[in-house]
Write a protein that binds this ligand. Structure first.
Ligand SMILES: Nc1ncnc2c1ncn2[C@@H]1O[C@H](COP(=O)(O)OP(=O)(O)OP(=O)(O)O)[C@@H](O)[C@H]1O
Ligand SMILES: [Mg+2]
Length: 356
């Protein structure tokens, strides 16, 4: 991630759009990048104006239009972080769009980079080609490990043993840094130590918040399913394909399983049993909730789902009642402007390309 952003800045890209919920982590990352390549970092928000992060001096430019105009007065080689700017682009203010285009043109020659940070992608078509779009990935194990060590240190607890630490980090994967920090802290307050079960329970609550995914607790196993012997056999055979040894050997891991059948014949039951056969957490996707009312929202919802699932991986992603979510993708062009066809397309290409 860091090298990618660094390369964009050094190559003279004047506009970068980062999609993330984690403002402070993005800002810390940009600070480190700017320092390494000797750029100045300015951070703008509607409440604080434009702040020079090196010395803390602020210029009052609380209006988004003023902020973009102020970019012209900044010294050469600077990175400007624009917080919440997607909210101002939402209603396509023509003056603001023009100002951004002007700032990008000047930025290209003077080494000034506009970085828009928002929790979802809102780019009017006029600006689509001017910005590179990047999903700022959720923190990896290493970053979460640092968060864990810091919180243990400040609570004067000793570092968890290696295998316990692994379990805690597994439980925390898929959370943002601040969510993980909160989950660790809550666990320390309630049971006087960081426990994987408590962190996992917090994660289940967090994942549920956006209403798209739910972490389901599984009790059902293969022995609960009557009949379906071929399917059970298939699952048991595939179990080892996810192991480290199989991957080192070069065995491709199974991509997915589509279960079709008349109501009440054990489709949902099999999905749950799959998670317990593989010994992985079960994430349930509500396909019907993927669709949002705003343009581009459905696609961005799917990206959120994929990002969370990949961060929690290895896991079983259960898309229940998928035919209801993707119904109508054939006539999509004339009924919903192609949204469901695009969502289906993104889902299929992810299924094919995914490595996690
Ligand atoms: N093969 C089976 N073995 C044991 N129990 C079964 C089997 N098939 C269905 N059941 C039971 O029937 C109930 C309904 O099953 P399930 O919810 O898995 O059906 P489904 O195929 O997902 O149906 P729908 O299409 O309505 O979602 C469950 O309580 C499940 O335990
Ligand atoms: Mg079902």
């Amino acid at each position: 991630m860091r090298t990618q952003i660094t390369n964009y800045i050094r190559a003279g890209y004047p506009g970068i759009y980062l999609v993330s919920h984690e403002e402070s982590r993005v800002e810390a990352e940009l600070k480190a990048i700017s320092k390494a390549i000797k750029y100045r970092l300015y951070a703008w928000s509607a409440t604080e104006g434009m702040i020079d992060t090196a010395d803390g001096t602020a210029r009052s430019a609380n209006d988004p239009l003023e902020a973009v105009t102020a970019v012209g007065e900044l010294p050469e080689n600077s990175v400007v972080l624009l917080r919440d700017f997607h909210l101002f682009l939402q209603d396509s203010n023509p003056v603001l769009i023009r100002a951004i285009k002007d700032a990008l043109a000047v930025g290209k020659t003077k080494g000034k980079v506009l970085v828009i940070l928002g929790c979802r992608q809102v780019l009017p078509p006029e600006l689509e080609r001017e910005f590179v779009l990047m999903d700022f990935n959720l923190p990896g194990r290493e970053t979460l490990g640092t968060v864990l060590d810091q919180i243990c240190q400040s609570a004067k607890l000793k570092r968890p043993a290696d295998n316990e630490r692994d379990q805690i980090l597994d439980a925390a994967s898929g959370l943002t840094c601040s969510e993980a920090e909160n989950a660790f802290a809550l666990s320390i307050v309630t049971v006087k130590g960081v426990r994987a079960v408590n962190v996992a329970a917090e994660k289940a609550a967090t994942v549920k918040k956006n209403g798209l995914l739910e972490l389901v607790e599984v009790r059902e196993g293969l022995s609960d399913i009557g009949g379906l012997d071929c399917l059970k056999d298939w699952l048991v055979k595939r179990r080892d394909a996810f192991s480290r040894r199989a991957q080192q050997y070069g065995l491709p891991s199974p991509k997915g399983l589509l279960i079709v059948g008349i109501p009440g014949t054990g489709k949902s039951l099999t999905a749950k049993a799959t998670a317990s056969v593989f010994g992985r957490p079960l994430l349930k996707l509500d396909a019907g909730k993927l669709y949002g009312s705003l343009v581009g929202q459905s696609e961005s919802n799917l990206r959120t789902v994929i990002q969370t699932a990949e961060a929690i991986a290895p896991c079983v992603l259960w898309a229940d009642e998928i035919e209801k979510g993707l119904a109508g993708s054939r006539s999509s062009g004339s009924t919903d402007g192609g949204t469901s066809a695009r969502v289906l397309g993104s889902l299929l290409s992810w299924l094919q390309e995914k490595r996690s």
